[in-house]
Design a binder for this molecule. Structure first.
Ligand code: HEM
Ligand code: HEM
Length: 176
């Protein structure tokens, strides 16, 4: 095995696209809340995109178990350990981030507003002040960004400095 399976490649890139969308919608939502202008649609879109990230991550972990992963590419042992642990941490965050989002819904007025279909019930400025999971959600986003940057720098190093074809392992093009 020299490459990731097709379905793992598709889920990897789809997760990246949805993660950027969830980040954008989450930020817009936080801004709208600060101006007391958040809408139910804004929440529904963010929840749908973030929830899909959770489903894709669970699918990816299942595919990983079934299809396996290509062996680590030759690198200094320390970088191999870093890469492997960054992957595990990324999976952990891709799971915990949406779960913390669900916890915000359950522990704030958002759940009641969505059930009643009434945007007036949504939290206004400082409305999440006492919701601990909101703070957790916000901080997990920051940790995820830092880890994703480390991960991307690793991919760039392999592609342009080591030139060892690592990127083609996460590509749909068949390696010869
Ligand atoms: C992996 C996917 C997700 C990402 C990248 C993400 C990202 C974000 C970001 C960047 C914010 C703004 C934080 C701030 O500055 O205050 C936010 C807020 C929020 N997210 Fe998520 N989120 C994700 C998944 C979810 C899910 C699945 C739910 C719920 C089921 C959710 C519920 C919320 C709620 C309720 C807020 C508060 C909005 C506000 O402050 O008005 N998120 N999210
Ligand atoms: C431009 C952005 C990205 C690039 C170029 C990229 C590239 C890659 C490459 C080349 C691999 C295969 C590594 C190997 O063969 O050992 C990989 C694996 C992985 N990527 Fe990314 N990636 C990006 C963004 C992301 C993001 C944002 C996440 C998650 C938040 C992510 C999560 C993962 C995970 C968890 C694996 C490990 C797969 C496994 O072995 O189970 N990637 N990535």
């Amino acid at each position: 095995m020299t490459q990731y399976s097709k379905r793992m490649v598709i889920v990897h890139w789809l997760t990246l696209a949805l993660l950027i969308a969830a980040w954008y919608f989450g930020d817009s939502l936080a801004e709208a809340t600060d101006e007391s202008k958040a809408t139910l649609a804004g929440y529904i879109v963010h929840i749908a995109v973030g929830g899909t990230v959770l489903l894709l991550t669970l699918a990816q972990l299942f595919f990983r178990r079934k299809d396996g992963t290509p062996p680590l590419l030759y690198d200094k042992p320390i970088y191999q350990v870093v890469a492997k642990n960054v992957h595990y941490l990324l999976y952990t965050l891709l799971f915990l981030l949406p779960v913390s989002g669900i916890t915000i819904i359950l522990n704030s007025k958002v759940g009641a507003a969505l059930l009643a279909g009434d945007a007036n019930l949504l939290p206004k400025e400082h409305g999440f002040k006492d919701v601990f999971s909101h703070e957790v959600h916000e901080q997990l986003v920051n940790v995820l960004i830092v880890l994703a940057v480390v991960h991307i720098l690793g991919a760039i190093k392999h592609q342009f400095i080591m030139k060892d074809g690592l990127m083609s392992r996460m590509s749909l093009r068949k390696k010869d």
